[in-house]
Design a protein around this ligand. Structure first.
Ligand code: SAM
Ligand code: SF4
Ligand code: SF4
Length: 340
C-alpha cells in the first residue's frame, strides 16, 4: 500500500533519530549550556524501531537515514543496522554523524551492512572547530572520514552548515578537501529550526551567494539536472568536481518532500518545522497491532499539509522558530532530538 499527502507527496524517506544525546555543541544546533534530555525508559529498543519500520515500509518507505543527536553514541548501533538491512524492501540505509566516534566504529558499521555515511564537517581548522562545537575533537572527525574509505564505504558526503563570518571563507577549501577524500561536499544554508536559538537572517549565506563566491574562484559552474526528491541541488565545476547546496532557508524544496522523522522515543514528525508530533511509542507499547499502527500512520500522512520552510520564507520578520523556554518544556522541538 502506498500513501500520499494532500500535495501528492509519497511517504518514502524516514529519518530515525536513535538518541538525543550528543558529544558536540554546534553553535547552530546546541548553543545553550543546559539541555533537557528524553527519559531513558522512553527510548525505543531496536526491536521496537524495527517493528515501526516494518509498518512504515508497508506504506512505502524504502529509504532510511540514522541520525540523532549523535547516532554513534547509541550503544550497539551495528545491531540496528543489521536488523534494518535484513528488511527486503529497504533500498537505502544511510547515517549522518558528526564523525567523532567514526574511526573506531566504521568497520563494524560496514560489516553490519550500512550503505552510506554522511559526515558533518563545518571547518578544516581545529581552532575554529573548537569555537564552533565547544569540543576539541577535530582530529578525530578527520580520522573518521579517512576510516570510511579504508573500510570500503563509497558515496560519502560531507555536510557543511555555512554561517556568515564563521566558516564562509572555507567553501573552496572544503571542496578541495572533499575531492582529496573522494567525498561530495554539500553546503547547507543555516536554518531557523528549533534549537537554533542564535539564528538570524544576517548569518545565513544564501545559495546564490555561495555560487557567486565559488564562481569567482573556479569559473563556470554547471548545474546538474536531475529529478529526485533529494534536498541538494548539485553542481559541477569545470574540473569535474561535483558539490551540492541545500538551500532550505532561501529556496526550500517542500514541494517534493517525502521525508518524515522518528525521534528516539517514538514521536513521529511530518516536517522539520512541525510543532506537534504523533506518538507511536504509546500505541506500540500499549499493544497496538501492525494494522492499527498502519492505520494511524496512513491517516496522518494522508492529511499532511506541511510546508514548513516555505511558510517561514513568507514571514516578513524572521526570528528563531522556538524560544528557549518552549524548548525546555518540550525537547522534541530541538533539532538534535528530531534529527536533521
Ligand atoms: N550529530 C549528527 C551530525 O551532526 O551529523 C547528526 C544529527 S545533526 C542534527 C544532522 C544535521 O543537521 C547536521 O548535518 C547538522 O549540520 C544539521 N543542522 C543542525 N542544525 C542546523 C541548522 N540550524 N541549520 C542547518 N543545518 C543544521
Ligand atoms: Fe552538532 Fe549534530 Fe550534535 Fe547538533 S546533533 S550539536 S549538529 S553534532
Ligand atoms: Fe519537508 Fe518540512 Fe523540510 Fe519542507 S520544511 S522540506 S515540508 S521537512
Amino acid at each position: 500500500m502506498r500513501v500520499e499527502d494532500t500535495f501528492a507527496r509519497p511517504l518514502r524517506n524516514l529519518r530515525i533519530s536513535v538518541t538525543d544525546r550528543c558529544n558536540l555543541r554546534c553553535a547552530y544546533c546546541m548553543p545553550e549550556e543546559e539541555y533537557v534530555w528524553l527519559p531513558r525508559e522512553q527510548i525505543l529498543h531496536f526491536e521496537e524501531m524495527g517493528a515501526l519500520v516494518d509498518v512504515f515500509m508497508d506504506l512505502g518507505v524504502d529509504k532510511i537515514r540514522l541520525t540523532g543527536g549523535e547516532p554513534l553514541l547509541r550503544r550497539d548501533l551495528p545491531e540496528l543496522v543489521r536488523l534494518l538491512v535484513a528488511k527486503p524492501r529497504l533500498r537505502d540505509l544511510a547515517m549522518t554523524t558528526n564523525g567523532v566516534l567514526l574511526a573506531e566504529q566504521a568497520r563494524a558499521l560496514k560489516s553490519a551492512g550500512l550503505h552510506r555515511v554522511t559526515v558533518s564537517l563545518d571547518t578544516l581548522r581545529p581552532d575554529r572547530f573548537t569555537m564552533l562545537t565547544r569540543r576539541t575533537h577535530h582530529a578525530q572527525v578527520l580520522d573518521g572520514i579517512a576510516a570510511l574509505g579504508r573500510v570500503g564505504f563509497g558515496g560519502t558526503k560531507l555536510d557543511t552548515v555555512v554561517m556568515r563570518s564563521v566558516n564562509d571563507d572555507e567553501l573552496a577549501d572544503l571542496i578541495e578537501y572533499g575531492r582529496s577524500v573522494s567525498a561530495e561536499v554539500r553546503f547547507i544554508e543555516y536554518m531557523d529550526v528549533g534549537g537554533a536559538t542564535r539564528w538570524s537572517m544576517d548569518r545565513v549565506v544564501s545559495r546564490a551567494e555561495m555560487l557567486g563566491v565559488l564562481g569567482r574562484r573556479y569559473g563556470t559552474i554547471e548545474p546538474i539536472v536531475e529529478t529526485s526528491s533529494a534536498p541538494a541541488d548539485r553542481y559541477r565545476l569545470a574540473n569535474g568536481t561535483v558539490f551540492g547546496i541545500i538551500s532550505s532557508t532561501t529556496a526550500p524544496f517542500c514541494a517534493s518532500c517525502d521525508r518524515s522523522r522518528l525521534t528516539a522515543d517514538g514521536m513521529w514528525y511530518l516536517c522539520l518545522y512541525a510543532q506537534r508530533g504523533i506518538d507511536l511509542r504509546g500505541p506500540l507499547r500499549g499493544g497496538a497491532t501492525a494494522d492499527d499502527l498502519k492505520a494511524l500512520i496512513a491517516s496522518a500522512w494522508t492529511r499532511r499539509a506541511d510546508r514548513g520552510a516555505e511558510e517561514r520564507l513568507k514571514l516578513r520578520e524572521r526570528t528563531p522558530l522556538v524560544q528557549i523556554g518552549r524548548l525546555r518544556e518540550d525537547p522534541h522541538l530541538e533539532m538534535h532530538t528530531r534529527g536533521g
